[in-house]
Design a protein around this ligand. Structure first.
Ligand code: GDP
Ligand code: ZN
Length: 458
């Protein structure tokens, strides 16, 4: 396949000292050769090697950059085209100049995600893997990173392929039935269909069960700290932010309009929602009223309810317990360094089996236990190291849910004795829906839309 040569700055995540100008396409080596001065021309350098040299402006002969250049010839490359990577270590200015030179000498500026789009179109990766790349770019914690990497590995794709294969077998069996009615396969086909449909439903359920967790891993557990004034909410927020690596969210090209702080607590990404607001107003419930605050609370995945060890339980405290009755709550009794006034057994009753931690944020005591409680609550001990395929992409979740509905329809139809060639329509539709997850039957516009989400240079 012939293609024009694209170029873009493709820097590592975060602000690396090294900038990479990447070219991909038939003319990648030839274009780079015009700019590169080294021991040998790039055209004679073996594939998959790195050479040292300078980038020179052919018009003036001026040395623009000292550079390491990787030469990667098709097809063993990310895009399956010839790829050149010019590693510059000057600042963004000189990286930019190298890019401008490449554009001046025959390359075209890549659209966002165009490298990955080419990898997809050239069959190097399937769509769910491509989406894995998007997630990877956006991954907020190590654990989220692993989910993305699994997807990139094609774990989800493999699972989907197994399901599609099962469906295909039943479709084939139905075809036999229709084409050779004298060969009495009807009974066999019925039970085969039933068996495969049940298998597919079970597997889809399994995948969907991981979806909520996958989404949280990707987007963070939205967490709200509540409690009466002066119990230590700000102190808690500060110790969570300071003791844990704050998560970098500066993904180029994305805008963040909500003020949130991300922290990674033992692999659980917490999105401390509107913490700026909490900081300023001290008390979210007091400021916005009980009704509004209930709405805010309703959207939270996790509530940290803080009480004061040095004061007796008040009606406000009990009202807070009531407001978060059916939610994920961790109760924190803070200020254990002062004289005890609170009735801990009354707190335990209110907590009713939900985790309860005592802390002295002043002395930095109990924070470890709190972090453990957060991790336990989220992972329930079962996720650690487990070989689970997480579904974390909204589009995948929607498709899985549709696929489940159609295959359930097929199953119901079988059980009602509907003719098999009618049942087959649902089976085929399920097969198509699953195919959309891995990009087997997606329309052009969807592809474009997906790839435009990429950072430039990926
Ligand atoms: P908020 O109003 O709930 O946000 O509470 P703050 O975090 O602003 O804390 C109120 C006051 O309690 C501050 O003076 C803190 O230094 C103090 N404080 C916080 N945690 C502790 C603790 O564990 N022990 C003691 N003695 N004081 C604390
Ligand atoms: Zn405060």
């Amino acid at each position: 396949m012939e293609s024009d040569t694209i170029a873009a700055i493709s820097t590592a995540l975060g602000e690396g000292a090294i900038g990479i100008v990447r070219l991909s396409g038939d003319e990648a080596v030839a274009i780079a050769d015009q700019l590169y001065k080294g021991k040998d021309a790039l055209s004679v350098v073996p594939s998959h090697s790195i050479v040292y040299g300078h980038i020179v402006d052919p018009a003036t002969g001026e040395r623009v950059e000292e550079a390491m250049v990787s030469v990667l010839r098709a097809p063993r490359t990310y895009t399956r085209e010839d790829v050149i990577e010019i590693n510059c270590h000057g600042g963004i200015m000189s990286v930019n100049r190298v890019l401008q030179l490449a554009l001046k000498h025959g390359a075209r500026l890549a659209e966002p995600g165009e490298f990955t789009k080419r990898a997809f179109l050239n069959g190097r990766i399937d769509l769910s893997q491509a989406e894995g790349v998007i997630d990877l770019i956006r991954a907020k914690t190590d654990r989220a990173m692993n989910v993305a990497l699994n997807q990139l590995d094609g774990k989800l794709s493999k699972k989907i392929q197994v399901l599609r294969q099962a469906l295909l077998e039943t479709v084939a069996s139905v075809e036999v039935n229709i084409d050779y009615p004298e060969y009495d396969a009807e009974v066999v086909t019925h039970s085969l269909l039933q068996e495969k449909a049940q298998f597919v439903i079970r597997e889809i359920d399994g995948l969907l069960a991981t979806a909520a967790q996958g989404k949280i891993l990707r987007e963070g557990l939205s967490t709200v700290i509540i409690g009466r004034p002066n119990v230590g909410k700000s102190s808690l927020l500060n110790s969570l932010v300071h003791e844990n690596k704050a998560i970098v969210t500066d993904v180029p090209g994305t805008t963040r309009d909500v003020i949130e702080e991300y922290v990674n607590v033992r692999g659980v990404p917490l999105r401390l929602v509107d913490t700026a607001g909490i900081r300023e107003t001290e008390d979210i419930v007091e400021r916005i009223g009980v009704e509004r605050s209930r709405e805010v609370l309703k959207k939270a995945d996790l509530i940290l309810l803080v009480l004061n060890y040095g004061e007796v339980l008040s009606p406000e405290d009990e009202a807070l317990f009531k407001a978060v009755e059916k939610m994920n709550v961790i109760i924190i009794v803070n200020k254990t360094d002062v004289e005890q006034k609170i009735d801990l057994s009354a707190v335990e009753t209110l907590a009713s089996k939900r985790p309860l931690v005592t802390t002295s944020l002043l002395r930095d005591e109990g924070v470890e236990q709190l972090e453990q409680a957060i991790a336990d609550l989220f992972f329930e001990g079962q996720l650690e190291g487990a070989d689970v395929t997480y579904v974390s992409n909204t589009r995948h979740i929607a498709l899985l849910e549709q696929a489940k509905t159609t295959i359930q329809d097929a199953l119901d139809a079988i059980e009602m004795g509907v003719p098999i060639d009618l049942v087959q329509i649902d089976v085929t539709r399920t097969w198509e829906l699953l195919g959309e997850i891995i990009g087997d039957s997606v329309q052009e516009s969807l592809i474009d839309q997906l790839f435009s989400q990429f950072c430039l240079g990926k």
